[in-house]
Design a protein around this ligand. Structure first.
Ligand code: AHR
Ligand code: AHR
Length: 503
């Protein structure tokens, strides 16, 4: 008798199928703690899910399209996005809830701490191409959150309120973070205001030290429970909450009456470790909790918009998931095979070369990106211009100061100074060694939006490209809130021929 025929036949097939291919939310459902929200731009989180994962909107005509998995339970159809967005810019407008509960995430509204950068106070949307990855070798895109970017749903269904138990996990980029408040994913206020201690229960990732912290210098996985980022019972420090920088980071948070836990691990291998498991924080207002049930991504409960980070997938469950259920979910995440891929495209911009950035906008093609002292502008230059004028438009390509997968542009005539953005205006600045300087001076060349040359994104703000506008240098978003974000001649203004240096 074969082992197979010794199984009760129908049950055996079902069990084998769910073992072979169950998605994270199938596993949570089996564990009795079903997903009430399931968000991912990279893959289906249920074995049978084949509906939309996310919606993108393109800059050329504002048309939208929905990106679905290639097959049920599979990876997002990134090539459908690439064709739809070819020759223009694209933003992620909706991250659909795969749970069937309708808890989709869209552009977050203004809140008590901050209005977003949009004219109506709403937050920015993420670039659809800001966080490329592969899953088992197939390309997909995550959600790259820059300061000012946020998603939210204030009218959810079935998400925990009050002291009801819930769990959540998210896969983040453990190398993309900052100390701003607050790159969060999870449960928050329904009115976008800070309504008091215990009104949130969300994953936080970053190195903010204003409230609690863990060991080392961060970043840490912490819990945003409102008016505090908590690493454990002590509101200031849990030395067992380690600094974690896995490129693909699994983070988990779960809470039930006077009990909660933070767990984490490498999303590309191994299991989860427990960083905290115990009672609620030892300060008033968190026991019992007063969860409200909105879901947010990339922002604090009161729409604090200074955080940054990258989200690939995450869920919120009903009920407190067991460690065993989470172990199976982690194994599923590992089996998804997250890996890095190139952050650049188009003609190669090689480290070590000295280049000039030649404007392509008709009527301006005599101009090159140059500096006058610390101002970055475009200047009309020819081979017979003075040596000093040509040097001011010549740049040494270096490894990206803030990310080695991209590049920085060091001035030829002011060595040690680089092109950076500040308030989205380009300037020439000395490398002061800070993380902010390094990130602001890192750019990722892409295939030119007009079909020639390169369009060069700001690493920390992938919706933004190096642009000349009124002959000054900016990092601009197609149709964004600033005057230099104007859609008119956007593609031409952000497309440069990266040529051998004038000097
Ligand atoms: O709890 C930390 C932050 O404090 C919350 O995200 C925000 O609502 C408040 O400013
Ligand atoms: O240019 C945008 C931001 O402005 C930079 O990242 C920061 O340094 C400044 O606040």
């Amino acid at each position: 008798m074969s082992p197979r025929s010794s199984l009760p036949y129908a049950l055996g097939l079902t069990t084998l199928a769910s073992l072979a291919a169950a998605g994270p939310c199938d596993i949570y459902a089996d564990g009795g703690t079903p997903c009430v929200a399931a968000h991912s731009t990279t893959r289906a989180l249920y074995d049978s899910y084949q509906g939309p994962l996310y919606q993108v909107q393109r800059g050329s005509d504002d048309a939208t399209t929905e990106i679905t998995p290639i097959s049920a339970g599979g990876i997002a159809d990134a090539s459908a996005q690439d064709s739809f967005c070819n020759g223009t810019t694209c933003l992620i407008t909706v991250i659909y809830d795969q749970s069937g509960t309708g808890n989709d995430l869209t552009r977050a509204p203004p809140g008590g701490a901050a209005s977003g950068p949009q004219p109506n106070g709403y937050d920015n949307l993420a670039s659809a191409t800001g966080a490329p990855v592969t899953l088992n070798g197939q390309k997909a895109y995550g959600v790259f959150i820059s300061p000012g970017t946020g998603y939210r749903n204030d009218e959810t269904t079935n998400v925990a309120t009050g002291d009801e138990p819930e769990g959540m996990y998210a896969v983040f980029d453990g190398t993309h973070y900052n100390g701003g408040c607050c790159f969060d994913y999870g449960n928050a206020e329904t009115n976008n205001l800070d309504t008091g201690n215990g009104h949130m229960e969300a994953l936080y990732f970053g190195d903010n030290t204003f409230w609690g912290e863990g060991s080392g210098s961060g970043p840490w996985i912490m819990a945003d429970l409102e008016n505090g980022l908590f690493s454990g019972e002590d509101p200031d420090l849990n030395a067992n909450d380690p600094t974690v920088t896995y490129r693909f980071l699994t983070s988990s948070l779960k809470g039930e009456p006077n009990h909660w836990a933070i767990r984490g691990g490498n999303a590309a291998s191994g299991g989860l470790s427990t960083y905290y498991d115990g009672v609620r924080p030892s300060v008033p207002g968190y026991d019992p909790m007063s969860k409200e049930g909105a879901i947010l991504l990339g922002i604090g409960g009161d729409n604090s918009i200074s955080g940054q980070g990258t989200f690939y997938e995450g869920v919120v469950t009903s009920g407190y998931p067991s460690d065993d259920t989470e172990a199976q979910v982690q194994a599923n995440i590992v089996s998804a095979g997250y890996a890095t891929t190139s952050l650049t495209s188009g003609p190669a911009v090689n480290v070590g070369d000295t280049v000039s950035l030649h404007v392509t906008t008709p009527g301006y093609t005599g101009r090159y990106l140059a500096h006058s002292d610390s101002d970055i502008n475009t200047q009309i230059l020819t081979s017979s211009s003075s040596v000093s004028a040509k040097q001011s438009a010549s740049w040494t390509v270096t490894t990206g100061l803030g990310n080695s997968a991209c590049v920085s542009f060091e001035s030829l005539d002011v060595p040690g100074s680089y092109i950076r953005h500040y308030d989205f205006v380009l300037q020439l600045a000395a490398d002061d060694g800070s993380k902010q300087m390094h990130e602001d001076a890192t750019f990722c060349p892409q295939a030119g939006l007009t079909g020639e040359g390169n369009s060069i994104t700001a690493w920390g703000y992938p919706t933004r490209y190096i642009r000349h506008f009124n002959n000054e240098g900016y990092v601009a978003t197609n149709g964004g809130p600033e005057d230099f974000d104007a859609t008119r001649s956007f593609n031409q203004d952000v497309t440069f021929l990266v040529e051998s240096a004038l000097a």
